[in-house]
Ligand binder design. Sequence first.
Ligand code: PMP
Length: 351
Amino acid sequence: MSQFWSPIVQSLRPYMAGEQPAISGLIKLNTNENPYGPSPKALAAIAAATDDTLRLYPDPSALRLRQAIAARHGLDVGDVFAGNGSDEVLAHVFQGLLNHDAPLLFPDVTYSFYPTYCRLYGIDFRAVPVDENLQVRIADYGQDCGAIILPNPNGPTGIARPLSEIEALIGGHPDRPVVIDEAYVDFGGESAVPLIKKYPNLLVVQTFSKSRGLAGLRVGFAMGQRPLIEALERVKDSFNSYPLNRLALAGAVASWEDEDWFERHRALLMASRERLALELKGLGFVVLESAANFVFARHPGRDGAALALALRSRAILVRHFPAERTRDFLRISIGTDAECDRLVEALREIL
Ligand code: PMP
């Protein structure tokens, strides 16, 4: 690489997300998308917003969406920040809130983007080991740190910690930001949002990509007390970026308001998860208890990478994480029951 690049850029490694193939006909259970798609009301709102007003810039404050989110949770609109997917929100969080002189803490088995952000923004971090069951041990976060970020439920394990433990973590570091990434919370986890009024150091990040089936629209948001949210706004405003485009804003508001669709489909998905977990156990898999829209499972004596490849050759995509502690496992997103049945059939052939 050219010597003209900064040392940080020279040390960056490409971020390997799950495969996003252009070809259809694959059963795609590798990036935790929602098999049911978005609410029809969200699609109708996007279609209705597809008109001449697209020549105008969108609302830079995403006010309508922030108002809707704030109203549902009894927060002020100034307690909500919106962005193009929670990845963008998290990027602002890493730049604006987590860049302290002591290391940022997160689990060693977690969302793989965190270390990538740290390298990009030059943030010192320490990956705190999960226990032998891949569980986060809150007691291990008592050490001195600049900030903490923890997904609940965690990825790629799907394991959720009870709110009492999350509260102990937040209360244990009153002068440090504690960020709870709740990308998967709607599938059985306990949200920390009710704690926001009590803890000025708590920031909760959520997304429309999973439980609302809108990964392609790119909408995420953060909730916290005003001073934390203000820091994110400063970062955003320095980019002159628009948090949401006009179509995303219209679709997200309609999706947020369609509570009936949301409740029905998350219940369906959780039922499919339990059904798939049982089937996998029947095939001899060890399946971790998941509160997310995926399961993390290993088959004793079978190589995770080889299983993922064998499934790939049968047109089924799942995710494999080659790191030491996760290499035996497959992360399988919950599809429709028909898709899960195809997966189980394929595994039966392979094993
Ligand atoms: N946080 C976690 C824990 C995730 O797994 C993901 C999705 N890969 C995200 C955040 C980002 O989701 P999005 O940008 O689609 O909102």
